[in-house]
Design a protein. Sequence first.
Length: 130
Amino acid sequence: MTHSHSPSTATLEAFSDAWNRHDLPALMGFMHADCVFETVAGPEAHGMRHQGHTAVAEAFAAAWKNFPDAQWRNGRHWVAGDRGVSEWTFTGTAADGSRIEANGVDLFTFQDGKILVKNAFRKDRPRLPA
């Protein structure tokens, strides 16, 4: 799937839908060849940075490995020029049965009609019991 047109809220809605389908090929079709994904957690101030299609695809797939029922619900999206925002509520169940339900946001930078940077932020909330 290629998305070479100018980014729009429809682009981010389709990207969000691909996350909820756990559709990695569709997700990567939205990503620029030089893409960067900055995660919600990690050892650096920016979380953990993954660069390039292969590294970003592996990081995206890890979300479903860690939370097989992961969903990003209640999406709200907007785009202004080469920047975009998606707000969502993440829900997922870990292997130990504990659950996460927390609001978050992705900040996007676009280049050539594709997502160059996906920078994710999520509220740090204790996991809910199994």
